[in-house]
Design a protein around this ligand. Structure first.
Ligand code: ZN
Length: 468
């Protein structure tokens, strides 16, 4: 006979509990920071966050002793395929236009195998550096190269990374006054049809989606205004996001004034892109009125601090002004052969340093950089409240950063500041949708050596005859 009284409620165990953190920085609406905290994840979403002694039962417990736990960092701008031509010697002293002109012929050899391997290695690198969601901007689609973006998605799925590939494009070749050679551009109809196909095949609009597609003509100097306009119309019809490079280099100002009679951001508006559907990479050279316009539109900016310093023409994106104007500002590592590395920890630190260099030490702290790398990036991707914070119902993406050892000795008063001011540090655990992608500082997928060997062959094929 059943005992009388209220039914006994045993709470459903969570799929995963990350427990024993030094500090959980939730970056939630209240910006709670919980010493000794834990995070529970069930069905890929955060199902609880709390303090010591209140952990729910779980199928699996991941220890975070000595770690700062943050939401997974989100990369809003990248060209992963470029890791096949990293630090390519003939171009290391070039400015942006010279560097591109040197590398376009190499990139014209891209194929599905190369795209798959570059994405596999690039996303593995990002995961080890604390990234859980990455975009990619693949704008070179050589004739006969195959379905490069589907090959990348295969790699992301194998690794368990959340992925937002963008269908990049170039349609304005040298013979028409653009920068790229004929071999790497496509006509507008081909680009638009392939964009629509990729959205139909891969784009998942649902909450917690692992793959979303955005449309991404490359830049004002490599696509026609007609393609920009048609792409904006297609994105509206398919309800997907828009991405492009904007105001990246002083040469771009000159090009736009000579070609279109307006500045880059005026051109961007004229082709129908001034909206909260778009986020743009770099945006280093706006004037004051243009910053306000971007804020009014709600257009996001992917801040790429290493790239600003490496190849951006000497300027630094006005991040503080953007944020004051209401522009969503996210973080990006930019292409693998302009920045060459892809650690979002390093980008966050560089955002901290550049912010302080521009506006003084009181202007920017580690929490600002963390905010940009999480909530700000989620805003760029149109996923506020879903990505970039540890709150119930948000995605179960987080990173455990070990603040231990000689690099962190003495840093005992503020783990969030210590995280970026000390270091360097990479992830002990990187969890995506409740699944560890990196565990104990090692990639969980067992085949990294095989992919590295194949990547080496693909890189040699692209760089031959300079490297053989
Ligand atoms: Zn870029």
């Amino acid at each position: 006979m059943a005992p009388a009284g209220p039914p006994h409620h045993t709470p459903e165990p969570a799929d995963l509990v990350v427990a024993g953190a030094l500090l959980v920085a939730t970056v939630d609406d209240e910006r709670r920071e919980i010493a000794g905290g834990w995070v529970a994840i069930t069905d890929g979403l955060v199902s609880g966050v709390g303090g010591p002694g209140t952990e729910p039962p779980a199928a699996e417990v991941l220890r975070a002793d000595g770690c700062l736990v943050t939401p997974g960092l989100i990369n809003t701008h990248h060209h992963i395929y470029q890791n096949l031509t990293r630090s390519y010697r003939p171009a290391t002293r070039s400015d942006l236009f010279g560097w591109l002109t040197e590398l376009y012929p190499l990139w014209s050899r891209l194929d599905e195998e190369a795209a798959y391997l570059s994405a596999w290695i690039g996303l593995a690198e990002l995961a080890l550096g604390g990234c859980t969601t990455s975009t990619d901007h693949l704008y070179v689609h050589p004739t006969g190269g195959g379905d490069l973006i589907t090959a990348e998605i295969t790699a992301a799925t194998e690794l368990g990374m959340r992925f937002h590939p963008t269908r990049g494009s170039m349609s304005l070749s040298q013979k028409d006054g653009g920068l790229p050679p004929d071999s790497v551009v496509q006509d507008d109809d081909t680009i638009l049809a392939d964009s629509e196909r990729l959205v139909a095949q891969h784009h998942d609009p649902s909450w917690g989606a692992m793959v979303r597609i955005a449309l991404a003509p490359c830049s004002p100097f490599s696509v026609t205004p007609e393609l920009m306009t048609a792409t904006a119309e297609l994105a509206e019809r398919l309800d997907v996001r828009l991405h492009t490079h904007l105001a990246e280099d002083p040469d771009e100002d000159t090009f736009c004034l000579e070609t279109y009679g307006v500045r880059p951001i005026e051109h961007f508006e004229a082709v129908g892109w001034g909206s909260d559907r778009a986020w743009v990479a770099h945006c280093i050279y706006p004037n004051e009125a243009e910053i306000a316009r971007l804020g009014t539109w709600g257009t996001g900016v992917a801040h790429c601090p290493s790239s600003n310093m490496m190849i951006g023409g000497g300027g630094i994106a006005p991040v503080a002004e953007y944020r004051a104007a209401g522009v969503p500002v996210g973080l990006g590592c930019d292409g693998s052969s302009s920045t060459d590395s892809a650690s979002l920890w390093m980008e966050a630190r560089n955002a901290l340093l550049l912010g302080r260099l521009r506006r003084g030490p009181a202007s920017t702290g580690a929490r600002d950089a963390l905010e940009i790398a999480t909530r700000g990036s989620a805003g760029c991707l149109g996923r506020e409240g879903e990505l970039g914070q540890l709150s119930v119902g948000a995605v179960g993406d987080l990173v455990c950063w070990p603040l231990e050892g000689v690099a962190f000795a003495g840093a005992i008063s503020d783990p969030v500041e210590a995280w970026l001011r000390c270091g360097p540090v990479s992830a002990r655990h990187t969890v995506v949708a409740g699944n560890p992608v990196v565990r104990d500082s090692v990639l969980v997928h067992p085949e990294v050596e095989d992919r590295l060997a194949r990547h080496r062959k693909a890189a040699e094929a692209l760089q031959s005859p300079f490297v053989s």
